[in-house]
Design a protein around this ligand. Structure first.
Ligand code: FAD
Length: 221
């Protein structure tokens, strides 16, 4: 995205690849341990070959529940139209977002300079071809009108109606590893909106770093 206001910030996580293994192994009252603990900065641990294969097996056969014991929390900033798409992913995920009923500070806008042209195949959303287009005046008008309305005493919950979908929003997004894998499998694909792909790819990077074996097994392609 140009205009680079978006971000995917890692906040916290629970569990590891070993959590997934042991959640599955409890069926046989068994427990595994890391095969080795790597140097600082690398993943949490190295699994033995059987545990690595178990994770692949679980993912391949839709045994999703062991992946539900691991969770991760992000703080995300993105334009409203991206949030509107991502919030559709519901199962296994929790979302808390800033409210413009209560917050009335100056809005920030995602302001691309390059605009993608329409694609011949509508399902593709847009083509790689771009043109330059400046919407800064339009955004300034919205900001001014919003400020004026607040100055007239209009409630933020109504004044916000004039703010465009390009406005930035922010939310905490927590969920299980399995749920975020579903988000990334759908939203990192080329048929997802480019700006939404950017957020999904940020999530993808963090999950890959923290849960390397499980993530590799859960992600398509
Ligand atoms: C490229 C793309 C284009 C899209 N276009 C549109 C669009 O034009 N309009 C639109 O409204 N949405 C659109 N969506 C959103 C899409 O329809 C889904 O709502 C979204 O992808 C979330 O899917 P999910 O599987 O993560 O859903 P979740 O709600 O997180 O559900 C997870 C899984 O649980 C199961 N599940 C959930 N609810 C039920 C239920 N009620 N009954 C049975 N099983 C259930 C399903 O297996 C589902 O996959 C689009 C998504 C993508 C990726």
């Amino acid at each position: 995205m140009d205009g680079e206001l978006h971000s995917v910030t890692y906040v916290d996580h629970m569990g590891s690849d070993l959590t997934v293994v042991n959640a599955a192994r409890v069926s046989f009252a068994k427990e595994s341990e890391w095969d080795a603990i790597p140097e600082v900065g690398e993943s949490e641990g190295i699994l033995n070959y059987e545990d690595e294969r178990l994770i692949s097996y679980l993912a391949k056969h839709d045994h999703w529940s062991p992946f539900g014991h691991c969770s991760i929390q992000f703080h995300i900033k993105a334009p409203v139209f991206v949030a509107r798409q991502l919030v559709k992913h519901q199962v296994g995920l929790v979302w808390n977002e800033v409210s413009r009923r209560y917050v009335d500070n100056e809005p920030e806008f995602y302001e691309p300079i390059e605009w993608r042209l329409a694609a011949e195949n509508k399902k593709q959303g847009s083509s790689d071809e771009t043109i330059l287009h400046d919407i800064s005046d339009l955004h300034r008008m919205c900001k001014d009108a919003y400020t004026e309305m607040l100055e007239e005493g209009i409630a933020p919950e109504m004044a916000r109606m004039i703010l465009p979908q390009s406005m930035m929003t922010e939310w905490y997004w927590s969920g299980t590893l399995y749920a975020f894998a579903r988000v990334c499998n759908l939203r990192c694909k080329p048929d997802a909106q480019v700006e939404t792909q950017m957020i999904a790819k940020g999530i993808d990077t963090h999950c890959k770093e923290i849960f390397p074996y499980s993530w590799e097994a859960l992600r398509d392609g």
